[in-house]
Design a protein around this ligand. Structure first.
Ligand code: SAM
Length: 344
């Protein structure tokens, strides 16, 4: 697909044409990665963050949230819960928190793997090369770091640099690949200032990066952030990408066409926009992964990257049952094992 064709799809509003897009992406998903939906248990291990990303509710400048960092035992208990619920992977996600030191993370990766045998994915931000290397050596299987937008001017505006330690995310993604991680990335949809042309480039960038997993979701305004307060005005109507469900589904479907073998999650941000059927719509438009939350209930609401996050108050067991029903209602089944490159 050319950039012009992608942009035309992003602007497409004809329901019949869109129906064809969802159906063809669904067929490619079936042919390449099958009917299994892989579940990754998400553990939000810390909401402390040294960064000031203009969209994110846990940015360091937000003084209106209580900060937490889980203990190693709490993380391990959450991983054990994920194992009991039948999930093949846990994802340890956090703000960029130097308090999650290299040895601490290495140790928890080893403990999770020896206790549960689960695959471990890390999503801990722009960490130093020696940390990424040590965690890979400790056994971490995958690393997720979204590039957020491939428009370098927009990226620079909404990601204030952190002195000398700020690093180019594409360079980090290349490092992760060299270290032998399965690499995940992705972008935000509908950030103020994001044009259709730039979103088309984001999609093509995912293909060029040869990603193993691609997570995309709508930007959701958080009132304690510069973007939520309107500090970047949207482009003119017709140029600004909307942060809505339809645009997210278009991106998921186009990603399945561009990257047929990738793992594509139906994201929580989409489920937050449409709690009734957002995940189902994504699973019918190319997605094959869901990341149910197994963070202890007392911390969930504090990991408020955007308001109204889906599934904040349900116990993990309730989420697991709810998801199993939703997946079965689509004629799909839950994947077994880690669901990595080999999609076992
Ligand atoms: N600190 C790590 C990092 O930056 O990669 C992981 C945590 S970060 C909160 C995870 C993802 O949340 C980001 O990549 C971003 O795309 C998403 N996110 C943050 N704020 C958001 C918002 N207001 N709306 C939608 N997604 C958001």
């Amino acid at each position: 697909m050319t950039v012009a064709e992608i942009e035309a799809w992003l602007r497409q509003e004809d329901p019949k044409q869109l129906e064809q897009l969802w159906q063809s992406a669904d067929q490619i998903r079936r042919d390449h990665v099958g009917d299994a939906v892989h579940l990754r248990g998400l553990i939000e291990i810390s909401n402390r963050c040294v960064r000031a990303c203009w969209y994110c509710g846990i940015r360091k400048d937000n003084k209106n949230i209580e900060r937490y960092r889980m203990t190693a035992d709490e993380v391990l208990q959450s991983a054990q819960l994920a194992k009991r619920l039948g999930y093949g992977t846990v994802v340890l996600q956090a703000g960029e928190d130097p308090g999650l030191s290299e040895p601490w993370v290495s140790n928890i990766v080893q403990r999770i793997q020896s206790d549960t045998g689960l695959a471990v994915t890390l999503s801990l931000g722009e960490r130093k090369p020696h940390e990424l290397r040590a965690w890979r050596q400790a056994g971490a299987d995958r690393y997720l770091l979204r590039f957020e937008t491939s428009d370098s001017a927009l990226f620079a505006k909404i990601h204030p640099a952190l002195g000398h330690s700020s690093r180019d995310r594409f360079a980090i993604l290349a490092e992760l690949r060299d270290l032998g991680y399965e690499v995940g990335s992705g972008f935000l949809i509908g950030i103020p200032g994001q044009s259709y042309a730039s979103l088309a480039q984001d999609l093509l960038r995912c293909r060029a990066l040869g990603l193993d997993m691609i997570g995309v979701g709508p930007w959701l305004a958080h009132p304690e952030t510069p973007l939520g307060l309107g500090m970047v005005p949207p482009l003119a109507a017709g140029e600004q990408v909307p942060a809505d469900e339809r645009m997210t589904l278009k991106c998921v479907a186009l990603l399945r066409k561009l990257c047929p073998n990738a793992n594509l999650p139906a994201t929580t941000a989409l489920a937050t926009l449409d709690g009734h059927a957002g995940r189902e719509h994504a699973l019918q438009s190319g997605a094959n992964v869901v990341m149910p939350n197994v963070t202890p209930i007392q911390y969930r609401a504090l990991y408020e990257i955007y308001p109204g996050k889906a599934c904040v108050s349900e116990a993990a067991e309730v989420c697991a049952q709810c998801l199993a029903g939703r997946i079965a209602s689509l004629g799909r089944h839950i994947g077994t094992g880690p669901g990595g490159k080999t999609l076992d």
